[in-house]
Unconditional design. Structure first.
Lengths: 115, 110
């Protein structure tokens, strides 16, 4: 399958700082990228969907000013957690899809801990 | 309420037993995927089903897509400890967003 690289895999930051997570499709062009958040022992909750070159579509209850998503190219999307709080600590996962209705491939995930 | 309902949520069996995981919805999906996730890692795609009634086999795993494209099942024959993990179904709706079921956490004891 296609390869999606997510970086960093783990990050610890102080409350009030911002953290950027990168998601790259290494061997295909990703027209759509998805960002998920996963709490321990739970499933993935979709945060936002982004299409290259356009603004991300956020799910209800997800603050767009807090979770900034940029999808500037067909191989890179970034999620920036701004003014991080301890309750933002979680496992964040991205996935990338080549087009409409095609399967998505996932990054390795980023474990964010806000202290 | 989850768009995709997965059952059971937890399953603990002995090595060698068979099991079936179900993924149900009231919505029609253009395609449905099954993933397996291990702790601390991203989900890994197992299979994609597209056609109503489709059956796909992957070694000891058999996947079926319902005729109406609203439900799917995953059957594992002679489960092994290496099958332990979180199994997730996910579907694409016509608006190009991808939704996941709550997952089935499978433990296979040696």
């Amino acid at each position: 399958g296609a390869v999606v690289s997510q970086h960093p895999s783990r990050v610890i930051c102080k409350s009030g700082t911002s953290v950027k997570i990168e998601c790259r499709s290494l061997d295909f062009q990703a027209t759509t990228m998805f960002w998920y958040r996963q709490f321990p022992k739970q499933s993935l909750m979709l945060m936002a969907t982004s299409n290259e070159g356009s603004k991300a579509t956020y799910e209800q209850g997800v603050e767009k000013d807090k979770f900034l998503i940029n999808h500037a190219s067909l191989t890179l999307s970034t999620l920036t957690v701004t003014s991080a709080h301890p309750e933002d600590s979680s496992f964040y996962i991205c996935s990338a899809s080549q087009g409409r209705y095609t399967e998505a491939f996932f990054g390795q995930g980023t474990r964010l801990t806000v202290v | 309420t989850q768009l995709l309902e997965q059952s059971p949520q937890f399953l603990s069996i002995q090595e060698g037993e068979n099991l079936t995981v179900y993924c149900n919805s009231s919505s029609v999906f253009s395609s449905l995927q099954w993933y397996r996730q291990e702790p601390g890692e991203g989900p890994v795609l197992l299979v994609t089903v597209v056609t109503g009634g489709e059956v796909k086999k992957l070694k000891r795993l058999t996947f079926q897509f319902g005729d109406a494209r609203k439900d799917s099942s995953l059957h594992i024959t002679a489960a092994q400890p290496g099958d332990t993990g979180l199994y997730l179904c996910a579907g694409f709706k016509n608006n190009n967003d991808m939704r996941f079921g709550a997952g089935t956490r499978l433990t296979v004891k040696p």
